[in-house]
Design a protein. Sequence first.
Length: 160
Amino acid sequence: MANIITCIRIAFSVVLLGCPVFTPVFYLLYIAAGISDMIDGAVARKTGTVSELGSRLDTIADIVFTVVCLIKLLPLMEVPVWIYIWISVIAIIKLLNIVMGYIRRKELVAVHSVINKITGCLLFIFPLTMTFLDLKYSAVVICTVATIAAFYEGYTVLSE
């Protein structure tokens, strides 16, 4: 059941590509995808169906949802270069973490830490605040937490 919920998040993400941003349908699908992200793991734990496949599927769904949101939202924003640079640095750190995890364990490693969950929550809330909160302030908070999460992820990968 949990994997079905995760697949629904992927489907909602793909459908978001065809929705105009900030319309009721966009918000409905966006929030539904976010709720599915919150409940799939809880369902897996509650039903005793936690699996490596489910964990990887969740990571894939997170990536798909994030990429779709970037595709939809970035064209609507005037993003200063320093934010793009900061996001790129975070992405490089996270990519290095994946490579290090693979080298150490010979498998793709996904770290589901509290700080990663907080980052995800902040990223999820961001589009809901775009109409009244300046991007620069949001970016500093989100990028700071995401940077800490990326370094913690690397530390976890290297210390296990």
